[in-house]
Design a protein around this ligand. Structure first.
Ligand code: 5GP
Length: 185
């Protein structure tokens, strides 16, 4: 899946991720008891996380996806966001949970929250697997968080560099030469 020489550090091993997702799923199931949820996965990074999380959520739920793209360099968010694929579901008066892979500057999530709120859901909450608090440029509410991580560029478990590494079951830091400008894959 990945050559050992490209790995700077394994930040979160697979068993810790799975344990945390079970906890998050249990908490979400308790909080939404008696309700029906719409979970919105943000493509493509959140696909793996949402697929695992969904299996720990014990209330009735619908899964939908939204694809948004942020303009700018591949490892930086610009805050200027374009909808590539909109939701299929109508979320008006529904209980909605945004499922994100990572919140970094917060610019993407802030845009998403404002856009979804304008569609008048009954409630709107956010669940993210990873949170880079130190990088925040705008305050965004996070209701469920897997792990706070340092300011390092991570891949694996849905997160990519140039489309690669999403299938790795743990979170790792690549050696800088493999993700910096003109770096090799
Ligand atoms: P934000 O708008 O919060 O700065 O960035 C959100 C998006 O930036 C994430 O959904 C993700 O696509 C990308 N991103 C931020 N940090 C990382 C990282 O460490 N690794 C990867 N692969 N993507 C990241």
């Amino acid at each position: 899946m990945i050559e050992q020489e490209k790995i700077e550090e394994i930040l979160i091993p697979e068993n810790q991720i799975q344990k945390k997702i079970e906890e998050l799923g249990n908490q979400i199931s308790r909080d939404y008891q008696g309700k029906q949820l719409i979970c919105i996965g943000v493509l493509r990074g959140a696909v793996i996380f949402l697929a695992d999380l969904a299996r720990y959520i014990k209330v009735p739920m619908i899964i939908d996806f939204m694809d948004i793209s942020s303009y700018g360099a591949s490892t930086e968010s610009s805050g200027v966001v374009r909808i590539v694929k909109d939701l299929d579901e109508n979320i008006e008066k529904k209980d909605v949970l945004i499922v994100e892979d990572i919140v970094d500057t917060g610019l993407t999530l802030d845009y998403l929250i404002r856009m979804l709120k304008s569609r008048n859901p009954a409630s709107l909450r956010v669940c993210t697997l990873l949170n880079k608090k130190d990088r925040r440029q705008i305050n965004v509410p996070i209701d469920y968080c897997g792990f706070d991580i340092p300011d390092k560029f991570v891949v694996g478990y849905g997160l990519d560099f140039n489309g690669l590494y999403r299938n790795i079951p743990y979170i790792l830091v690549l050696k800088p030469m493999y993700y910096q400008e003109n770096g090799q894959n």
